[in-house]
Design a protein around this ligand. Structure first.
Ligand SMILES: O=C(COP(=O)(O)O)N(O)CCCCO
Ligand code: NA
Ligand SMILES: [Zn+2]
Length: 311
């Protein structure tokens, strides 16, 4: 069933488990994710960036947003697991408006590159707007290093827990993404991974709302090596160690954003199938291996976050 993201996350927050939010850009990833979630009898959050909406709508935000809402709702109505659709890293008000209008379960307003007061003001506006349509809202405090779509943040700016308390009280935001040392993409840490667990613990104590971990892909060695065996060049790829994610969930993370892991799994399957089947030209066949690897990553993460069986 198609549900509001808040419903999924409130339950997770109360019981200290987490639900993955998987990014999609096309039908193949959606099918693979939903197969995995259904098999694991788990709630799941499907999320799209503004770039994904632009891609599916061939440049038209409302066309793209409607495509994802209608497709996800269509599947959700035939599956007895809770499924939510979330706009990830909303920055452009035209895209946020399109997502709300089309019927997304929730939207992220990412104004984390603004100064605190500005982020608070913008988020407060979007919360009023979204709540009027029954849509829940995620916001981000602090900054992840690395590229967030079109915004290049030099280095990590970690969340200030006292600021987080004020921010949540004044904006009414439903869930918060505190920056604690992760970053997007496949090359997350120069040296050792170091997340600020103390800071995360304080944010949970002071805000008491569901929390989101961005940049949470673990970059599984198995699929990096397989993709490289068939010609990919992912040298230096490094993700968040699984035990660090587990620690974050224990401390109150409830939504775990995962994009890169699915991309690498799909890439490995696609390259393997194409290089081993030079006569193949049916996309339903040459996408299959990639979809199966995506499903495998999905099922493993649902199990690992203790979302399995929680539908
Ligand atoms: O926080 C995340 C997931 O980050 P990742 O999967 O790269 O660790 N996202 O918001 C997904 C989109 C960012 C581009 O990958
Ligand atoms: Na998000
Ligand atoms: Zn993110």
């Amino acid at each position: 069933m198609y549900v509001n993201t808040k419903e999924i996350l409130e339950k997770a927050s109360k019981n200290y488990y987490a639900v993955p939010a998987f990014n999609i850009n096309n039908l193949e990833f959606l099918i693979a994710i939903l197969q995995g979630a259904a098999e694991k009898k788990a709630p799941v959050i499907i999320e799209t960036s503004e770039g994904a909406i632009k891609y599916a709508g061939n440049g038209d935000p409302l066309r793209g947003a409607k495509f994802f809402v209608e497709t996800v709702k269509n599947y959700a109505e035939t599956l007895d697991i809770p499924i939510a659709l979330h706009l990830d890293h909303g920055k452009n008000l035209e895209y946020i408006a399109a997502a709300i209008k089309a019927g997304y379960s929730s939207v992220m307003i990412d104004a984390s590159h603004e100064v605190f007061e500005k982020n608070l003001e913008i988020t407060k506006e979007v919360v009023k707007w979204a709540h009027a349509s029954g849509v829940s809202v995620e916001a981000e405090l602090g900054q992840l290093a690395g590229i967030e779509d079109n915004v290049m943040a030099e280095e990590n700016v970690l969340v200030d827990p006292e600021q987080a308390k004020i921010f949540v009280e004044k904006t009414g935001v439903d869930f918060l993404a505190p920056a604690i040392g992760t970053s997007h993409g496949a090359f997350k840490f120069k040296g050792e991974a170091k997340l600020d667990f103390e800071r995360l613990k304080k944010v949970k104590e002071l805000t008491k709302i569901p929390l989101v971990l961005h940049g949470a892909s673990s970059v599984p060695k198995k699929f990096v090596e397989l993709a490289e065996k068939y010609g990919a060049n992912l040298g230096g790829a490094k993700g968040v160690p699984q035990e660090d994610i587990k620690e974050c969930v224990k401390l109150g993370i409830n939504k775990v954003n995962t994009d890169t892991d699915l991309r690498i799994a799909f890439l490995a399957g696609l390259r393997k199938h194409l290089l081993e089947n030079e006569k193949e030209f049916d996309p339903r066949k040459y996408f299959k291996q990639g979809m199966e690897f995506v499903k495998e990553v999905v099922m493993e993460r649902l199990e690992f976050l203790n979302a399995a069986g929680k539908a």
